[in-house]
Design a protein. Sequence first.
Length: 124
Amino acid sequence: MSARDAIAAYTDRINRQDFDLLTDIIAPDATFWFTSGSHVGIAAIRAAFEATWAVMGPDEHYWLDRLEWIAEDANSAACTYRFNWRTLRDGRPLSGSGRGTTVLKRVDDHWWIVHEHLSAYPAG
């Protein structure tokens, strides 16, 4: 698996809303920065994901586009992207997007997400 394969698997698994499917992609000591706060370590990251899924509901679909691999070598990689989501709430469609950065590192033959930063686009 390459870093690009790891990102593809990650976004696919997010849509299954089962954090256990992500634990072999997210490093145990990873740091994730979301609008809701900074989440360090797998337990804190799990709690953030599960809280988001509870709010978004089972109909949420998440995807990335406009990926740019800004650094990539044999043992590390970083990409920026637009993240997108859509869901139904009270029968009405809702959607949104923002900007993200993910940093990955390779340990032996395994790629791990070690950092993710998601944020809204700046106003204006």
